[in-house]
Ligand binder design. Structure first.
Ligand SMILES: NC(=O)c1ccc[n+]([C@@H]2O[C@H](COP(=O)([O-])OP(=O)(O)OC[C@H]3O[C@@H](n4cnc5c(N)ncnc54)[C@H](OP(=O)(O)O)[C@@H]3O)[C@@H](O)[C@H]2O)c1
Length: 253
């Protein structure tokens, strides 16, 4: 059984307010006028473009303002949606690397419990919450996909540089949750492909402070969304539980 992006028509994007999540929403809406997207955002000031998109595509796009790290909020959203709601594709694009009062540690000397707990929370709890409350909405009878946007720096095997202790640890923990959910779903949701996906360096708020001197190619959010959808499309059930890069290659855990 293969995932077919162009036959499936319903997606849920968690973290669709800006960056990679917003670019995914835009591209899914463009697939066809029948394609329906539910997108969440947290901070409305960052989500103006999504709100405008909702006005432009009132029949295709529904948007909900929630904090995706809140168990109550995710549970409430699952209650607000109709029982007959179906999703073929669910993508968690939420992630935190830095904020006004938080920056990734260059050295262990900068480690702080508060920073670690905040980054850990935002980067790890969303996927299991979504798996818990939205599993019932995953369509049966054809391949569906539950995709978490992770990061290559979360690979323990690939870690040659160190630094960014909290972010790296949180993405490694997210990867473990993805693997665990894939094992559980193989028994009870065996049509769902569960993936962790590295999007590649992308020009967004998250990467902005770190892309000036990078040797990596910096993609636009539009290029990244295209790459992500290409990697997901035609995935087999046997791919469930993999950690994949934006070019389709497999990343070591
Ligand atoms: N950009 C890159 O180069 C790159 C590379 C590797 C991996 N990634 C991963 O790609 C994913 C998308 O990131 P992006 O590049 O699109 O960055 P972005 O534009 O900063 O988007 C981050 C997303 O996370 C949400 N978010 C941030 N802080 C949050 C918090 N405290 N609580 C709840 N939600 C929060 C944001 O929503 P609000 O603003 O509404 O809170 C937004 O939806 C992340 O998982 C990131 O780790 C990005």
């Amino acid at each position: 059984m293969k995932f077919d992006l162009y036959q499936n028509k319903n997606a849920l994007i968690i973290g669709g307010g800006h960056g990679i999540g917003l670019a995914l929403v835009k591209q899914l809406l463009e697939i066809s006028p029948e394609y329906k997207v539910v997108a969440t955002y947290r901070v409305s000031a960052n989500a103006m473009e999504l709100v405008k998109l909702h006005q432009d595509y009132p029949e295709q796009l529904r948007i909900f303002m929630i904090d995706p790290t809140s168990q109550t909020a995710v549970s409430d959203l699952s209650i607000d949606l109709s029982d007959s709601e179906k999703f073929d594709l669910i993508i968690n694009s939420v992630g935190l690397l830095h904020s006004d009062n938080l920056s990734p540690e260059k050295s262990i000397r900068s480690f702080s419990t508060d920073l670690f707990m905040e980054v850990m929370k935002v980067n790890t709890v969303v996927t299991p919450l979504v798996a818990k409350y939205f599993e019932k909405f995953l369509r049966r009878g054809c391949a569906s996909a539950l995709v978490s946007i992770s990061a290559k720096v979360g690979s323990i095997q690939d870690n040659k540089m160190g630094g960014w202790h909290s972010y790296r640890a949180s993405k490694a923990a997210l990867n473990m949750l993805v693997k665990n959910i894939s094992i559980e779903f193989a028994q009870k949701r065996n049509n769902c492909i569960v993936l962790a996906l590295h999007p590649g360096t992308t020009d967004t708020n998250l990467s902005k402070p770190f892309t000036t001197n990078t040797s990596y190619k910096v993609h636009t959010p539009e290029e990244t969304a295209k790459n992500i959808l290409k990697v997901i499309n035609h995935r087999e059930i046997s791919d469930s539980g993999k950690f994949l890069s934006w070019d389709g290659s497999e990343i070591e855990w």
